[in-house]
Ligand binder design. Sequence first.
Ligand code: TXA
Ligand code: MG
Length: 393
Amino acid sequence: MTPGEAPGSSGTGSGARPRPPIRTRILRLTGGKGDRAKIAEAASVLQGGGLVVFPTETVYGLGANALSAEAVEGIFRVKGRPSDNPLIVHLSSSRELPRVARRWPAVAERLAARFWPGPLTLVLPKHPRVPSVTTAGLGTVAVRVPGHPVARRLIAAAGVPIAAPSANLSGRPSLTSPSHLVEELTGRVEVLLLGGDSPLGVESTVVDVTARPPVVLRPGGLSLERIRRTVPSVRAPSPSRRAGSSPPRSPGLRHRHYAPRARMTVYVGPPRQVWQALRTRQDELARAGVGSALLVSQESPLRGRDVWVLGSRRRPSAVARRLFSAIREADARGFPEMLVEGFPSRGLGLAVMDRLLRASEGRRVVLPPGRGRRTRAGRARPQAPKKREGSFP
Ligand code: TXA
Ligand code: MG
């Protein structure tokens, strides 16, 4: 075994036929001359029908040749992904669009011209050349030109469109840091192409441009506000769609997502009330012998070994960048409970709240504004948390 190779077993242990172990080549990019050969090696694995994990500006992707049904089946098998959840097809340039989409409305052209390469995925009528396994049998295909230079060089070198979901095993938080990738995927894929932490930290924004007016199916790394500056009529993701109504337009939204092992609860409301409620709940759990991790903003006064600071409430992009690694770091410490401060839904905050509410399976505590009830002793105390489950703010 050479350094960078590791033995392991493939598959997810879901009861499928046993497969021979895969040796994973771990290729770390340094920004130096050696990168070219590493990208070329990864590209040839893709051409041969293999699986390559690669960096994008949003989160890491688990890629295969989008035009090969067999290669794409490997993605579903390794992730343990339900076969009714379609994949995003990645191109090296928008000039490649005719290879995977039959046509695109003028609005798609405007969005692509403005935001590609970048964290925007467009749902378009599918070209018959794209195998139906890639799109989970849908007549549409989700397409994006990623902005990360390594992703674009890799796709260009492979010479084929690359289908790539987020690299995490199905249901788990997305992967944004090399150490978490090595931990989760060694032994499952041919190549891990590692290029540092993901700059944005949340997945792309998915816009269905076959709908009129176009609609955001998944909030993500490109804010709704920015999209609307180019196409004002774009509809926000509706609460029912985001909560996973059936049948949703984006089939992936039906499935359990981003879930840590810990039971997560999101606290929303005026920040001071939220911080107080988090501390109170943590103390309460501790008295019952239950450990809990707190994920909070920089502004909160809460600190300690069991506290992860996500970033400032005023900078949702910083919170987005930290989000998935913080969830994984806290989860690795084995806390049964994870209590999280909710963030304002502006800008990338919409994607942050979407991910948190999915990770918590809708468990949230809503703290109403107000100064708190007076106790008989005349001291103020926070209002009893009002629990509403499964709905969006
Ligand atoms: O940033 C990202 O989008 C990352 C990187 C790797 O590009 N990829 C990613 O893929 O997040 P995934 O598979 O985790 O999420 C794809 C989302 C799912 O919600 C899926 O249901 C939706 O896109 N989707 C894919 N094809 C679709 C289609 N034809 N119609 C509607 N939704 C679609
Ligand atoms: Mg995903």
